[in-house]
Design a protein around this ligand. Structure first.
Ligand code: DC
Length: 227
């Protein structure tokens, strides 16, 4: 990491539901940078595979899909709670990428080395332009190791499951906390044990545990590092 202020390339990594997107979006707005949540690309490929009845475990087929599908991530065009638009061949699939069936399958899809190679290239190209807040699992370690500021945002699985559960209840879903916790733990396991680009803390990342901090407090901490 260099000591540029404000940092031009900001990488935010961490496990599912640690608050990365909320932090990234606030930071990008405050700095007038591009916000790019790379998880939506893995979600888009997962949704398209499911929609085409492709077995998500079939690496060759899912990789071919990732290579052939132009995925666009654009600033939110509607104020319906979305943080960005996800477009595939001009079709808006933003809310499809948030379906529980996508949550349940995206870790398998994102563990395929071929899928990662296809999407990483695109992520790196966008990130290297600078003035960007990029969010994911491997941004500081693999995609943009040259990032000027790296944040690893963490929280216990119980706390992350509680937040996810509250969000789902607020959206009117009929869910049970134990199930949400089991899913968070399963995604943690797959994301951190895969062979290619597993979730881990970059040696030069600033680690923030958000268990006892609200979104505003996390933002203030990171914003202070940008000044
Ligand atoms: O952050 P999210 O929940 O939208 O991420 C969806 C999945 O994509 C998650 O299982 C991890 C994976 N992912 C990844 O492997 N690398 C990234 N840079 C971003 C997400």
């Amino acid at each position: 990491m260099t000591n540029k202020h404000p940092p031009s390339i900001i990488a935010i990594d961490g496990p599912a539901a640690s608050g990365k997107s909320t932090l990234g979006l606030k930071l990008a707005k405050a700095l007038d940078y591009l916000f790019f949540d790379t998880g939506v690309m893995y979600r888009a490929v997962t949704w398209i595979a499911l929609d085409h009845d492709i077995d998500v475990h079939d690496e060759a087929k899912v990789t071919a899909l990732a290579e052939a599908t132009p995925i666009d991530v654009a600033p939110a065009s509607k104020s319906d709670g979305r943080v960005c638009d996800v477009l595939v061949a001009g079709k808006d699939i933003t809310w499809e990428t948030r379906l529980p069936i996508v949550d349940a399958n995206v870790s398998v899809v994102s563990a395929h080395p071929g899928v990662r190679a296809a999407l990483s290239k695109q992520q790196r190209r966008i990130g290297q332009r600078g003035k960007v807040v990029m969010v994911g699992r491997d941004i500081g370690t693999v995609i943009l190791p040259e990032a000027d500021l790296k944040i690893y945002l963490d929280a216990t699985a119980a706390e992350r499951a509680k937040r996810r559960f509250n969000e789902m209840i607020a959206r009117g879903a009929n869910v049970n906390y134990e199930d949400v916790l089991a899913k968070v733990l399963e995604r943690d396991r797959i994301d951190s044990t895969r062979h290619v680009a597993p979730l881990k803390t970059a040696a030069d990342a600033v680690v923030i545990n958000s268990n006892d901090l609200d979104a505003e407090q996390v933002f203030e901490k990171v914003f202070a590092l940008c000044k």
